[in-house]
Design a protein around this ligand. Structure first.
Ligand code: SF4
Length: 335
């Protein structure tokens, strides 16, 4: 439940509103999953609540650590579906990548999750559960600094639960992240981008990956529904004021979207949109239809974009050895 939902429950029980604040902090700030342990709540109320409510989460069943320190968590949901989350250490950051769906319906051709098909949207408790699952084994002094909703699934296709989840992530009595430390990604669901811009202060990342409809249709079937022109128009109309950061994600595929011409088109498409660009060299996996790009081509793209005034980050692949890198999550145990 979100804070507002707890408030409504508490008032239905005839309790004062401050109870909701207490309960919310017990669950999300302190990570307590036993109502009986919430000691500043009267025993009678705790017993009453235990008859009505339960605290749900996910069951962590496997964790792996790559040589670069990236950790991947495999969790099982109540219905047996499996999801993955990834913890990515960088110099000054520890970023948790959260899944929002079991599988994904969008079928991007470069993505293992998409290849596995769609099972269902994740519940709120299955998203907050990933934060707890990844946070439990952290060493002393370690702290998750950023959360990105870029794991399995299209976050904006699970819109309501994602908004509830980001609300808890950024609530001072919840997980307490600042808005610009929480990033929601999308493959380009245009109507949902508009809504998200109006309803959330969290950062947005858009997976663009191509500069022509011909190429984007081929690698991201969602482009047939929401072609590049409409997507760019939505980003141009996006409320960029304040802390609303937009990142353009661009997975670089060898001989598909890695030319100097692509970089120039990208610079032109994004003109007047306040954004930074992440170039992500494709991570090859077994049976993949694409190849990793040549480093020199990626550097050349980066230079062209920088010369055009963009901030560009070439994302090094993290967690490749444990299939935890971008596009490699699929939610079942590797044998
Ligand atoms: S890249 Fe994202 S949106 Fe595309 S299939 Fe994979 S999980 Fe779904």
């Amino acid at each position: 439940m979100t804070y507002e939902e707890m408030l409504a429950e508490v008032s239905a029980l005839g309790e004062k509103p401050y109870r909701a604040k207490q309960l919310f902090a017990w669950v999300y700030k302190r990570g307590v999953d036993d109502i009986g342990a919430m000691t500043d709540v009267s025993l009678a109320l705790r017993e009453r609540m235990r008859d009505i409510y339960g605290i749900r989460g996910i069951r962590l069943i496997d964790a792996k650590t790559a040589p670069d320190g990236t950790r991947k968590f495999l969790s099982e949901l109540e219905d047996g579906n499996r999801i993955e989350s990834v913890l990515i250490p960088e110099t000054a950051r520890l970023t948790l990548c959260v899944s929002t769906q079991a599988g994904c319906a969008l079928g991007c051709r470069f993505c293992m999750t998409g290849a596995g098909g769609f099972m269902r949207n994740l519940r709120l408790s299955e998203m907050t559960g990933q934060v707890f699952a990844a946070g439990t084994p952290l060493a002393e002094g370690e702290r998750i600094t950023n959360v990105v909703l870029m794991g399995m699934g299209e976050p904006l296709a699970n819109y309501d639960n994602v908004i509830r989840f980001t609300g808890i992530l950024t609530d001072g009595n919840g997980f307490g992240f600042s808005h610009n430390k929480v990033t929601v990604s999308t493959a380009g669901l245009v109507p949902a981008i508009k809504r998200f811009g109006e309803e959330s202060n969290c950062a947005l990342a858009v997976s663009l990956n191509a500069t022509t409809d011909e190429v984007r249709d081929r690698i991201m079937p969602i482009n047939k529904k929401y072609p590049i022109k409409g997507l760019i128009a939505a980003l141009r109309a996006y409320p960029h004021a304040g802390k609303k950061h937009v990142t353009i994600e661009y997975v670089v595929l060898r001989d598909v979207n890695d030319s100097a011409e692509d970089a120039r088109r990208l610079a032109f498409l994004l003109r007047s949109i306040p954004c930074k660009v992440n170039l992500i060299p494709f991570n090859e996996f077994q049976g993949a239809a694409f190849k990793s790009p040549d480093n020199q081509r990626v550097s050349a793209m980066s230079r062209i974009l920088q010369d055009a005034g963009y901030t560009v980050i070439v994302r090094s692949s993290k967690g490749l050895e444990i299939q935890a890198a971008c596009g490699q999550l699929r939610g079942w145990r590797e044998e």
